[in-house]
Design a binder for this molecule. Structure first.
Ligand SMILES: *Cc1c(COP(=O)(O)O)cnc(C)c1O
Length: 411
């Protein structure tokens, strides 16, 4: 008899984005003329930078010539890309990271899930509440949790609440946890971490022998020069942190697919026989077995991000989205609505006016303004009373959406 991974049955059926899609399509069917503006799902809207497209086109031509054709590439990614990443994203910021510690992949969502392959099942795992749902659901699938309670919290996970009171940065836990997921700049709250905050996490991890899984998918949105872009800007992080990075949000690769994971060679974890095991070795083995690398064409496109033209083009993209975020923040504030984030991040975390629940505010926005946001409660119980608005859209749509919201809502 065929059996299944029963852990999948613990996943909450009414997952956030399908439920949003359901409500939006019901509304659209009833109001076919409504001009909906979607500021919900965190996908980019602006086209790929020219430098990346040019590099990809050239790479397609390489594939058409026997002399420059590329078949299977290294599972870890091409050295020319790994070296540029190590130099420009890390060494240039004073981080002691080398090219052979970079593993190119087809997405950091994928890596965040795949990384669980190399860990045991007895770890105590901490996530923030609210949280990027991938961290939670991949642990549920791997059997690291019990069932979900009424409010969507899984038994066995440690939830660290983040709210306006702690600037949406979790308090360092009193108890010992083994794996800690951190995401800065944060999805969904748009919060950022100071160097001191990251230092306190690294100190915690060193003291307890814990490992930090640091998701820096939005680091390119940091404009404050005092804010760290990488966990490795904190001394000691090489011994207690894995970092996930992606070309999705800085260079618009959400549909093109390229990302990377930084796995320092100094990360060691004790096996049950007491011997120290190198995580880099395990991850290399995992990737070499289950992954066959990212397309040559796409890696050439990612490489172009590091050219002078590429850098100035991605900077222009980031400025564009951050300006959208500024418009969202300022317009909502002017209407008396409280917002957080959206300064060094493309997400604005909006306190629902008049104490509305996340879903009530979502429905009101949909019905009265024809604007789609993301209910904060979908990211965790502590997200109740908030709504996420994304700056990933055209200027016109953002301005139009803000005009509609401020005409209909006053905080
Ligand atoms: C968008 C996003 C990513 C990037 O995922 P990819 O698979 O690389 O597209 C990673 N983490 C968070 C929190 C994100 O929002």
């Amino acid at each position: 008899m065929v059996t299944i991974n029963e852990n999948y049955l613990k996943l909450k059926a009414g997952y956030l984005f399908p439920e949003i899609a359901r409500r939006v399509s019901t509304f659209a069917a009833a109001h076919p003329d409504a001009d909906l503006i979607k500021l919900g799902i965190g996908d980019v809207t602006e086209p790929l930078p020219e430098a990346c497209r040019t590099a990809m086109i050239k790479a397609v031509d390489d594939m058409g010539d026997r002399a420059t054709f590329h078949g299977y590439g290294p599972e870890q990614g091409y050295a020319w890309l790994r070296e540029k990443i190590a130099q420009q994203d890390f060494q240039a910021r004073g981080c002691d990271i080398t090219a052979d510690e970079i593993f190119i992949s087809d997405g950091s969502k994928c890596d965040c899930g795949n990384i669980l392959d190399i860990f045991g099942h007895d770890n105590t795992i901490a996530v923030t509440d609210p949280v990027y749902p991938v961290y939670v659901d991949t642990n549920v699938m791997a059997g690291h949790t019990g069932d979900a309670s009424e409010d969507g919290k899984y038994e066995g996970l440690v939830y660290l609440p983040i709210s306006a009171e702690n600037n949406f940065t979790a308090e360092i836990p009193k108890q010992k946890v083994d794996l800690i997921y951190l995401c800065f700049p944060n999805n969904p709250t748009g919060a950022t971490a100071t160097r001191a905050h990251l230092e306190s996490w690294v100190a915690y991890a060193q003291e307890h022998g814990s490992l930090i899984l640091f998701d820096a998918a939005y680091e390119a949105f940091i404009t404050d020069p005092t804010m760290p872009h990488s966990i490795y800007e904190v001394p000691g992080a090489r011994d207690c942190a894995i970092e996930f990075r992606s070309f999705s949000k800085n260079a618009g690769f959400t549909g093109t697919r390229c990302a990377f994971t930084v796995m320092p060679k100094t990360l060691k974890v004790k096996a049950s026989d007491g011997s120290a095991v190198d995580l880099h070795r395990l991850w290399n083995r995992r990737q070499a077995t289950k992954f066959n690398g990212v397309s040559y064409i796409i890696q050439r496109g990612a490489e172009a991000v590091y050219s002078e033209a590429g850098q100035s083009q991605i900077q222009a993209l980031i400025r564009f989205y951050l300006e959208n975020a500024r418009i969202i923040r300022e317009q909502l504030s002017a209407a008396g609505i409280t917002t957080y984030g959206g300064v060094n991040a493309p997400y604005v975390w909006v306190k629902t006016p008049h104490g509305l629940s996340s879903w009530d505010f979502f429905d009101k926005l949909l019905h009265t303004c024809n604007v789609v946001g993301t209910p904060g409660s979908g990211f965790g119980a502590a997200g109740e009373g908030y709504l996420r608005i994304s700056a990933f859209n055209s200027r016109e749509n953002v301005e139009q959406a803000m005009t509609r919201i401020t005409a209909n809502f006053q905080g």
